[in-house]
Design a protein around this ligand. Structure first.
Ligand code: BES
Ligand code: MN
Ligand code: ZN
Length: 500
């Protein structure tokens, strides 16, 4: 969908739909008042009838209003005239989009930009409308769904909405346009992350991801892509990473995408994604119920690809190095055993007590590998622990960090984007849970504080730079009827990058 800004809505405006706000006081927001006049009080008459009260998230579509040139007017409840929180605003935009996409409108003018949001400016509102506006139209073109000879998109009745204009004032227009473009780019990044997450694991293998990265590198001049195979990783001593892919027919890949948007002297931000394209647990095999969802165990990697997609669109003047540690965790005669001891690239040794704690094994060697980029900061993103879902449910990601400034930057990005994140501690007292009788570290720390001990494990390999870890186990995908990847935390990561 194409989204632009516009300066006014005359009564003669021809559009599929104009979206206007209605406060819970029963008063229309200013564009609504003007429209009401043009259609001789038709809006206020409908409001009086009581079908819509102005509560946040309500929506009422009015067809063929008289006296104005537009085909439809969408009334949307925007709540309290004196206060609208960010989450209320997002709820309002979600309700708007769901109504617009149910209708046959091909284009729309959105005046919800006139609703004041507590502590947020027009650029923020336009960012949110564009992000939610595009993301709400996401349809996964499932490669396995064309069996009846028709296009998957037909099945899901893809919406007709192709264009949306956001009403802004002249003095806001420049910043609003910037916000809207950023929001669109983030939505496009989310779409890529969702597509990759949703692909079946027999298609989305480590090599599939490596091939995709190379393709993106060929398309974009500023993106340099290199891929390490298992032989090269062996030479580097990345035996923890390789211990995970031992049991799989699929070869592990370390994918490096260097976006060069600034002088070579500027230290890059490095993003590192866990790319377990399927996690059976290995010899410590998982129960079979819902095991299919472990195709989503590469959603950290998918979010890193999503960020690359977004930054190629926005071309920020920064250096950003995106790394994916890709492998498949399978049981096999040659798979790693519980009790195996491996030496990592950092030369610390690890006792693998549970082959299902494989994410930290691929990430630890990648964390050592990326020292060579002399990072300004490193953020790893991983569907790392089920314990994270116990702690934060499906609402927020867990964040852990060895650097207060980086942690604060990420929390700030989380607040602005609404892509919720909460910090957990890495206190010294947890560290002994990883003691091993047979190696420098065990790869599991027992039941208590499972997300934290996973973070502590990673922290032992991230001592050379400011580092943060995002555990996205609870937020990267939805289960049940709406099963599918969410694209999170692309909004958080992009806000972090654009805020630098
Ligand atoms: N990929 C899983 C974590 C996970 C499980 C994410 C369920 C989302 C939903 C990870 O590799 C894993 O298996 N972790 C283990 C660690 C344990 C063995 C210490 C877990 O959380 O059970
Ligand atoms: Mn696992
Ligand atoms: Zn896993």
């Amino acid at each position: 969908m194409d989204i632009t800004t516009t300066l006014k809505i005359p009564a003669s405006l021809k559009s599929g739909c104009v979206v206007v706000g209605l406060y819970s006081s029963g008063k229309l927001a200013s564009s609504g008042l003007a429209l009401d006049k043009d259609c001789s009080g038709a809006l206020s008459a409908i409001i009086k009838q009581g079908d819509i009260t102005g509560k946040v998230g309500q929506a009422l579509m009015l067809h063929s209003p008289t006296g104005v040139a537009v085909d439809r007017i969408l009334l949307v409840g925007v709540g309290d005239p004196d206060s609208c929180s960010e989450s209320q605003y997002r709820k309002i935009i979600h309700a708007t989009m769901s109504e617009l996409r149910k209708s046959a409108a091909r284009n729309a003018v959105n005046t919800l930009t006139e609703i004041n949001v507590d502590d947020r400016d027009q650029a923020w509102k336009c960012h949110q409308i564009s992000l939610i506006g595009i993301d709400s139209g996401y349809v996964f073109d499932a490669p396995g769904k064309n069996s009846k000879g028709k296009n998957a998109a037909d099945d899901k009745n893809e919406s007709k909405l192709k264009k949306m204009q956001l009403l802004v004032t002249k003095s806001e227009q420049k910043e609003a346009t910037r916000g809207s473009r950023a929001g669109s780019a983030v939505a496009n990044g989310c779409a890529m992350a969702r597509d990759l997450g949703n692909l079946p694991p027999n298609i989305c293998t480590p090599d599939y991801l490596a091939t995709l990265a190379k393709k993106m590198g060929r398309r974009a001049e500023k993106l340099k892509v290199s891929v390490l195979g298992e032989k090269q990783m062996e030479k580097l001593g990345m035996n923890a990473l390789l211990s995970v892919s031992r049991g799989s027919r699929q070869q592990a890949r370390l994918i490096v995408m260097e976006y060069k948007g600034a002088a070579a002297t500027q230290k890059p931000v490095v993003l590192l994604g866990k790319g377990i394209t399927f996690d059976t647990g290995g010899i410590s095999i998982k129960p079979s119920a819902s095991m299919d969802e472990m195709k989503f165990d590469m959603c950290g990697a998918a979010s890193v690809f999503g960020v690359v997609e977004s930054i190629l669109e926005l071309q920020p003047k920064q250096n950003i190095t995106c790394v994916v540690a890709a492998a498949e965790n399978m049981p096999d005669g040659d798979a790693s055993r519980p009790g195996d001891v491996v030496s990592t690239m950092s030369s610390q040794t690890v006792e693998i007590l549970n082959t299902d704690a494989e994410g930290r094994l691929v990430l630890c060697d990648a964390l050592t590998y990326i020292e060579r980029f002399k990072p300004a900061a490193v953020v790893d993103i991983a569907t790392l622990t089920g314990a994270c879902i116990v702690a934060l449910g499906h609402v927020g990601s867990a964040m852990m960090s060895n650097d207060d400034e980086l942690a604060e930057d990420l929390l700030q990005a989380s607040r602005i984007s609404g892509d919720k994140t909460w910090q957990l501690p890495l206190w010294e007292e947890y560290h002994s849970q990883l003691d091993s009788n047979f190696a420098d570290l065990a790869n599991i720390g027992g039941m208590p504080a499972g997300s934290i001990t996973a973070g502590v494990f990673l922290s032992k390999f991230a001592e050379k730079y400011p580092w943060a870890h995002l555990d996205i186990a609870g937020v990267a995908w939805n289960s049940g009827k709406a099963k599918g990847a969410t694209g999170r935390p692309v909004p958080l990561l992009m806000n972090y990058i654009l805020g630098r």
